[in-house]
Design a protein around this ligand. Sequence first.
Ligand SMILES: [Zn+2]
Length: 98
Amino acid sequence: MLRGVGQAARAKAFVDKLKDAPCTDCKVKYPPYVMHWDHVRGTKRENIADTVRRKWSVASIKKELAKCELVCANCQAERTHVRSVATRASTRLLQMPK
Ligand SMILES: [Zn+2]
C-alpha cells in the first residue's frame, strides 16, 4: 500500500514538474492546476490526470504524454470549442443531400 502511494506521488511530481512550462498556445505560464494535457496525436488511452490517479508507471505516463501538448484551461476550452464546431460542420457536410 505504501509503495503504491509512493508510486502515485512520484508520478504526480513528475507530471507537475512537466506542467511547470508555458502554455503551447498563449505562451503564458500558469500554476500546474491550471494546465491541461491536450491529446493531439496517436490514440488516447487515458487522461493524464487519470494515469496518475490509477498509478501508472512513470514510463507508461511518459508514453501517453508524448501524444499531448500542454495548454492552459483557457486555451483548452478554446481548442475544445473549435473542435466541436469543426465536428458539427463536417457532420453537416456529410448530411447534405448530393
Ligand atoms: Zn493558454
